[in-house]
Design a protein around this ligand. Structure first.
Ligand SMILES: O=C(O)CCC(=O)C(=O)O
Length: 216
């Protein structure tokens, strides 16, 4: 068992943005990973996302509830196999509501009727550039859950992709929530530390589950 020199504590990264280390215990991480493996299967499974400029995102993705594509939402995988998007399960919505209640408080959780999940899979080389989650029609907080390898999560400002930003290390089981004045902050993943996943989880790479309210 690792003994941390400085134990990781819950940290407010910006007004409305909170990092809660170790929010999911080992059993909950295994359960979420098992669900991700099912969701990743075709049809409407894990896919490579192509951007309008002709590039591809290095993190592969699967969606639940509504299908995100650059830059909108649909009920079918319009940029993939065309299949209907997989349903968003009620238990995942309840997990999201609890996450917001823990991170930001019960009042913020009241508006958090989650109906969209984006699940991103990162291998050792995958990254995600700085962007805002701005295709939703709701200002409900975004919930982010991490599984597997540790990453550097860069949390920036609402104005542009540049500084100021804060780099946060997200490990397996960590929760990050951003809402209120931080809801439209730029963020990204500049680095994944390959081989750092807890061995007992049985995942090579990193998975991130983000929950959003579509407002559609
Ligand atoms: O992988 C992460 O931690 C961030 C994912 C993300 O920014 C997104 O899905 O919009």
């Amino acid at each position: 068992m690792d003994a941390e020199l400085f134990p990781r504590t819950r940290t407010r990264i910006a007004p409305g943005a909170v990092h809660v280390p170790d929010w999911l215990d080992a059993g909950a991480q295994r359960g979420l990973l098992g669900a991700c493996r099912e969701w990743a299967r075709p049809p409407a499974g894990l896919r490579t996302v192509r951007t309008p400029g002709g590039g591809t995102m290095t993190a592969r993705q699967v969606c639940l509830g509504w299908h995100w594509y650059p830059y909108g939402y649909a009920r079918t995988v319009v940029d993939g196999d065309g299949a209907p998007v997989k349903p968003f399960p009620a238990w995942l919505g309840e997990l999201g509501r609890r996450a917001v209640a823990d991170a930001l408080g019960e009042r913020e959780a009241a508006s958090a009727a989650y109906d969209i999940a984006l699940i991103n899979f990162y291998d050792a080389e995958a990254r995600m550039g700085m962007h805002r989650d701005s295709d939703e029609r709701s200002d409900a907080p975004v919930v982010s859950l991490s599984l597997g390898d540790t990453c550097v999560f860069r949390f920036g400002n609402t104005e542009n992709r540049g500084r100021p930003w804060t780099d946060v290390e997200l490990r397996s089981g960590d929760l990050f929530v951003f809402g209120g004045p931080a809801r439209l902050a730029h963020h990204g993943v500049p680095r994944v530390h390959a081989g750092t996943a807890p061995p007992e989880l049985g995942l090579t790479g990193r998975l991130n589950v983000t929950l959003r309210v579509g407002g559609r």
